[in-house]
Design a protein around this ligand. Structure first.
Ligand code: BG6
Ligand code: BG6
Ligand code: GLC
Ligand code: GLC
Length: 905
């Protein structure tokens, strides 16, 4: 009696280290949480034992997946080739998946041979499958690849093998892209056309398989030959992948937990022995305590030891019991069968050449239970760590989630699932965790991933095709430059009144610093109307004082009658003078009027045609200075001496030239686009002075009005032109300026949406609204500093409900449109500066371009692309760009100062 009691005590002592209490499980869970963090962080990832591999799978199934795929399932206990057909629709009833599969045995020697030989076997099996199922060998078949080993994935269809695990140990593949190896093998086999779309780990594929029927499934778990888990992590925590919005499935590779010693306290001598005799000593420590490949062996080693010390079989040890692999995980499962377990145990032991007593059978069954119980406890601890992390990520009090599970241990061990579920629920009392067994292996899920990949690839292709016409080749840009040049020349000779007008400005010099006095400046034609007071004091560059006020011009005024427009301006001026307390000052004023005007003197300007968003009646053909004077007269409240009317380009050039004497070009890249520059008077037909140079307002926005840009004009541009206030006019401006870029973007987005490539194909009212994309939004959306989430919120402000992929595409469209604009303006500038260089007979020209306009100043990339293009297209000019600091008003005031000085002379 005593000896039986002692024996039991001794046996228990043996197994003591394998029994894990809840506080120990909680400790293990906390350790695993720390390991996950380490693996996710960019700094510690390289040294982490738990690798936390990003998978590029960003969502669980949503029912929109469809297509027909071949699938390979390699790395579990069975290698399978499959054909999977996915119909659109969620779940078993609505949608559906049909599968045909064949298991191909892998000869043992192939598992430890050369990698290429294994892949040749894989691809030959694939070909055999195609032939057997009469699948057309001519057609290209998309393929989904489940590969159940740790791989670093730069993209969904690349996988660099980190290490082999389980019973695979092949030469020549570690560190290589297994997708490439597979493709190589398929090529070697020949005679089939296969496109490997995606590669996924079995955990990921299992999560997707189960996610097809249960949308809450966001964890995939394998307890088979090996063990591993994946889950949907918040992308902001996945350091190794750019982006911070949404989720990404992370393959934890939890089998490696403990490889850095984190589990040392829990490791027994039997675990050490199993590890030492394995294919990969020191690696996959957690896996070796848990998974099917090792459970039987653990039981054998415990039983062997107990027999050796006389606790079993009266101390007898058979050869079979000494032989590695003689107790399998299937044996473990059989020994724990509910009713037949004890009998099975006896049969198994007898089969090993032993003669067990009833007590021996009970004791061995007990060993088996302890070993498998420890396995499910360890899985429960790590799984609860994952679930706790998800719960924290989402700031939830209770988490309701489904775990998709596969693997022979889970599927065939009679007690395992129940025990696992129970412990998980005990460790996480506040969560509702459902476990779903993957009914059909992992390939269904792999095909769902491939379906999404296929859709994205086809969407990518269509988006690229749509944006292709916006890409300017160097050749095209050279052509634009030479057309610009030709039209500048023709305009000077008065030969092309329909395109570039080349209007004399009657400004003969840039400022020399002698300008003095107080002037009023009025600035109409950009985004807003501005009134300014400028005071030039002694000393160049320093003593300019400036006060200003901004007024909006309502659309009904821009497009009402001329009288209303000028009355509105007079009212704004009146308000400004009140504001400055200068109603009675009778100041000289300069008027920046940013539309094409035919001038015969500095203080007259006949509006040739409205451009941009203005279309007030009875103005074209009239002197705008007169109209303003009359409006002031009508008001009969104050007096103004309008001494100069200037285009905004001219005002900008003068403003900047005040700072930099090399500034002889003025550029506006804002609502509209235009350039002025100092032209040699000998080249100007419509001249009236003997001065050497005169500033010419090119009105280059008209380039292309004769059809010369038709080869680069896209259907979207044509649509924007047709819907504009002045169809057929200002074609260059319509490709390059703030007023139109947003509209071009909107047209492209409309087209992409109609094609089902954006916003899930919903053409919303917001998208149909002209003008929603103002330049400022374009600038914001394209900002590199802006996260995708912010892009999405801008789009939401505009009434466009986008997801992460939509936001990426919208940003790309904006980028294509604004880049083309900047390149075209760059080509134009190259034409202008080269002309100036040639005018002056110079080998090399140093010149500064004064610039203004919201597109130039606020867009994150426009100015850079413009500078780069100008540099490439005008290599003999060294062009500096100087943004105007106080707008064109200061320049207008300078011109007024000179005009007044002249009057006084
Ligand atoms: C299968 C999956 O059902 O389970 C495989 O299709 C997976 O992808 C396997 O690797 C895991 O279990 P086991 O026991 O075969 O290793
Ligand atoms: C302003 C100038 O700074 O820029 C205006 O003062 C000019 O004269 C304007 O018309 C151009 O930019 P936007 O973006 O307002 O059209
Ligand atoms: C091993 C592999 C892992 C796989 C698991 C289950 O742990 O490293 O990638 O998911 O086995 O098959
Ligand atoms: C339009 C006008 C032009 C102006 C430019 C920038 O092109 O026609 O005069 O300079 O816009 O505002």
């Amino acid at each position: 009696m005593l000896s039986a009691f002692l024996k039991k005590k001794k046996k228990d002592l043996f197994l003591y280290a394998m029994r894990l209490h809840d506080d120990q499980l909680e400790d293990i869970s906390a350790r695993f949480q720390a390991e996950m963090k380490k693996g996710l962080s960019a700094e510690s990832n390289a040294a982490a034992a738990v690798k936390m591999l990003p998978t590029h799978v960003r969502s669980t199934p949503d029912g929109s997946e469809r297509g027909q795929f071949l699938a390979l399932d390699l790395g579990g206990s069975k290698f399978k080739v499959l054909q999977v057909k996915v119909r659109e629709g969620m779940g078993i009833r609505k949608g559906g998946v049909e599968m045909e599969e064949k298991i191909y045995p892998i000869p043992k020697e192939l598992l430890i041979g050369r990698g290429t030989e294994l892949f040749d076997h894989v691809s030959e099996s694939l070909k055999d499958f195609l032939q057997e199922k009469n699948i057309n060998l001519e057609k290209t078949h998309p393929l989904a690849f489940t590969f159940s080993f740790p791989c670093e994935q730069p993209t969904l269809n690349q996988g660099l093998l980190l290490s082999w695990s389980k019973n695979f140990r092949l030469r020549g593949l570690q560190g290589k892209d297994v997708v490439q190896s597979l493709k190589g093998a398929i090529e070697r086999t020949g005679g089939m056309n296969v496109d490997v779309l995606s590669m996924v780990n079995d955990t990921v594929a299992t999560m997707m398989t189960c996610g097809f029927d249960d949308q809450r499934c966001e964890v995939g778990l394998i307890i088979g030959t090996g063990t591993n888990a994946c889950y949907m992590e918040a992308l902001r925590h996945v350091d190794l992948v750019e982006g911070d919005e949404g989720q990404m499935c992370v393959n934890t590779e939890w089998g490696g937990f403990g490889d850095d010693g984190a589990l040392n306290e829990y490791i027994t001598e039997f675990d050490r022995d199993v590890d030492a005799a394995s294919n990969n000593p020191g690696k996959q420590i957690f896996e070796k305590m848990v998974s099917g490949m090792y459970l039987g062996e653990l039981v054998r080693l415990v039983v062997l030891k107990m027999a050796k010390v006389g606790l079993l079989f009266d101390g007898f040890v058979s050869d079979a019991l000494r032989t590695k692999g003689k107790i399998t995980t299937a044996n473990v499962a059989a020994m724990e069968e509910y009713k037949t377990g004890l009998k099975n145990t006896r049969d198994i032991l007898t089969g090993l050449g032993l003669t067990p007593s009833q007590d021996d059978c009970i004791a061995v069954q007990h060993v088996s239970t302890i070993v498998s119980f420890r396995s499910s406890n360890l899985v429960a601890a790590c799984l609860s760590a994952i679930l706790t992390r998800i719960k924290k990520n989402r700031s939830l009090r209770t988490l309701t989630i489904t775990v998709g599970v596969d693997g022979t241990v889970y599927k065939t061990h009679p007690q395992y699932p129940k025990r696992l579920h129970k412990v998980v629920r005990r460790l996480l009392p506040e969560s509702h965790v459902r476990f779903v067994l993957s009914d059909s292996g992992s390939s269904k899920g792999a095909a769902l991933v491939a379906a999404v990949a296929q859709r994205l690839a086809s969407r990518r292709k269509q988006v690229d095709e749509t944006l292709f016409p916006f890409q300017m080749s160097q050749e095209q840009l050279h052509l634009v430059k030479s057309r610009m040049r030709a039209d500048l020349e023709a305009g000077l000779k008065n030969k092309n009144p329909s395109t570039i007008k080349m209007l004399p400005s009657f400004v003969y010099h840039t400022p020399d610093g002698t300008e003095r006095g107080k002037y009023l400046a009025l600035d109409l034609g950009g985004t807003n109307f501005r009134a300014l007071l400028v005071n030039f004091k002694k000393g160049l560059h320093q003593n300019t004082r400036l006060y200003h006020k901004i007024y909006t011009v309502p659309m009904e005024i821009m497009q009402g009658t001329g009288e209303e427009l000028f009355d509105h301006l007079a009212q704004c001026v009146s308000d400004f003078l009140d504001y400055m307390g200068m109603k009675n000052a009778h100041l000289p004023a300069g008027f920046t009027f940013s539309f094409p005007c035919e001038q015969t003197a500095i203080d007259t300007g006949t509006l040739l045609t409205w451009t941009k968003g203005f279309k007030a009646t009875d103005c074209e053909g009239h002197d705008v200075v007169n109209m303003l004077r009359e409006a002031i007269k009508r008001r009969n409240e104050f007096d103004l001496d309008i001494a100069a009317v200037v285009n905004d380009t001219v005002g900008t050039m003068m403003s900047c030239a005040y700072e930099d004497p090399e500034c002889e070009v003025g550029l506006i890249a804002g609502t509209g686009t235009n350039v002025c520059y100092m032209e040699d008077v000998r080249n100007i037909e419509k001249r009236d002075a003997d001065a050497q140079r005169m500033c010419i307002n090119t009105e280059w926005g008209g380039l292309g009005d004769d059809g010369s840009l038709n080869d680069i004009i896209t259907p979207y541009d044509a649509e924007v032109d047709q819907n504009s206030l002045h169809p057929g006019k200002q074609r260059f401006e319509k490709l390059t300026s703030g007023m139109y870029l947003g509209e071009i973007v909107r047209q492209v987005l409309l087209d992409l949406t109609r094609g089902g490539l954006l916003f899930r194909g919903h053409v919303t009212e917001a998208l149909k609204t002209p003008g929603i994309f103002e330049t400022k939004y374009l600038s914001q959306i394209e900002s590199d500093r802006l996260a995708l989430l912010q892009v999405r919120s801008i789009l939401q402000q505009l009434g466009l409900d986008s997801n992460c992929d939509d936001s990426i595409i919208v940003k790309e469209v904006c980028g294509a449109v604004s880049r083309r604009a900047a390149q075209l303006v760059g080509a134009g500038i190259a034409a202008v500066v080269d002309k100036i260089r040639e005018n002056r007979g110079l080998e090399h020209l140093n010149i500064t371009v004064g610039v203004d306009g919201a597109l130039y100043k606020l867009h994150p990339h426009f100015s850079r692309v413009l500078h780069d293009t100008a540099k490439v297209l005008a290599p003999l000019c060294n062009v500096s760009f100087l943004p105007s600091e106080e707008g064109s008003g200061k320049g207008a005031a300078l011109i007024t100062a000179v005009a007044k000085q002249k009057q006084q002379m």
